[in-house]
Design a protein around this ligand. Structure first.
Ligand SMILES: *Cc1c(COP(=O)(O)O)cnc(C)c1O
Length: 372
């Protein structure tokens, strides 16, 4: 094997260097620089929202979203068991109570049919999280939210450029959030964004991002916020990346389709669903789910691929099986068999923006070999 194929490598060969040099040449490197509002305007416009609030990362965006919507003690928030910890962490840190639903065995997104039965008089919000490439089937959730007066937080961290029935992901929540970590479709190194249409809500998000400093008495605080500001350097990168979003989404689809082709007819694994009635996958990552007849689990598969020079990552570990939450007394008695199985049998292959056709062929050959 010539060289290791990393699980992710970003593509930074557009205007990134030019805009970054502009920051350095002008001395604007903090969050006060001009690229921040420009990136907020362009990005929120792209997802058809009135307001964009750039932040330090996608996890912080979720913290702010939960806080800005006023969710706290006594409130229940429904969210998927199969997601990144940031989602449940934001709810728990706010003092609200997370209520989990299992994943759909095919799309790996939250099983929307389980949400209605979880609604109680204390339910205040649904956090919808789009997983790996396909959006959650949002129509039933929006209907439920409307009927029960629930707020919607839409975590679109993995969905830049994706649409649901033709409308941009990130345009559906009372607040929607994004991440710009280097494995997302566009990156700022670290970074995130909240988007919404309500100007009061946007103002609250801006304040929470900036330690809740006040306009007149700067160092007198009525509320606790965070320093989750995005720097001008990050926003400069983001702007350059955003210019190429369509190209990047297309690239990811070509990549996903190529993997689908290379794995056509393969047995012992379940491949990602390519399309649903409302969207075509943008393959944020290309996942594989091992059938039960494979004698090793995802960890064993990752070890075997690693020995062949191929980087992988395991799927998310479900929220109800997180030691940190168990120690808090959360989710006792929760059983979510699909999420549990995804965690043990799922992994994803190199899927970064810089991945080449040749690398994909090497990866696929190794997968075939390991499964044979
Ligand atoms: C990446 C990701 C996040 C967290 O974003 P960070 O910028 O890494 O903090 C949140 N939610 C989902 C679904 C993600 O994929």
């Amino acid at each position: 094997m010539s060289s290791f194929i990393p699980v992710n490598e970003p593509l930074l060969n557009g205007n990134e260097k030019k805009y970054l040099m502009e920051c350095i040449d002008t001395g604007w490197i903090s969050s006060e620089g001009p690229f921040v509002p420009l990136f907020e305007e362009k990005f929120s416009g792209r997802v058809e929202r009135e307001h964009g609030i750039a932040v330090a990362n996608g996890s912080g965006a979720l913290d702010i979203a939960v806080q800005a919507l006023g969710l706290g003690p006594g409130d229940e928030v429904i969210l998927p068991a199969f997601t990144i910890i940031s989602c449940a962490a934001a709810v728990v840190r706010a003092g609200a109570h997370p209520v989990l639903v299992d994943a759909d065995p095919l799309t790996w997104n939250m099983d929307v049919s389980q949400v209605a039965e979880k609604i109680t008089p204390r339910t205040r919000a649904i956090m919808m999280v789009h997983i790996y490439g396909l959006p959650v089937d949002m129509a039933p959730l929006l209907e439920l939210a409307g009927r029960h007066g629930l707020k919607i937080i839409e975590d679109a961290a993995e969905m830049h450029g994706q649409t649901y029935n033709g409308r941009p992901c990130g345009s559906f929540g009372d607040i929607s959030t994004f991440s710009f970590y280097p494995n997302k479709h566009i990156t700022t190194g670290e970074g995130g964004m909240l988007v919404c249409n309500d100007s009061n809500l946007a103002e609250r998000c801006r304040s929470l991002r900036n330690l809740c400093f006040q306009a007149n008495k700067r160092f007198v605080h009525e509320e606790l916020g965070w320093n989750y500001r995005m720097t001008n350097l990050q926003a400069a990168m983001g702007l350059a990346q955003l210019e190429r979003l369509d190209e990047f989404v297309m690239r990811k689809r070509v990549m996903g389709n190529r993997y689908n082709e290379l794995f056509r007819g393969v047995s012992h694994v379940q491949l990602p669903v390519a399309r649903t009635g409302f969207a075509e996958s943008i393959y944020w990552v290309y996942g594989l789910l091992l059938d039960n007849d494979v004698t090793f689990d995802a960890e064993g598969m990752m070890k075997r691929l690693g020995a062949r020079g191929i980087g992988t990552r395991p799927f998310f570990w479900p929220m109800h099986e997180q030691p940190v939450f168990r120690k808090m007394g959360l989710f006792t008695g929760d059983v979510h068999p699909v999420a549990e199985r995804l965690a043990r049998r799922g992994l994803y292959l190199p899927s970064g923006m810089a991945l080449t056709e040749r690398q994909m062929e090497i990866v696929a050959a190794a997968v075939h070999e390991v499964l044979a």
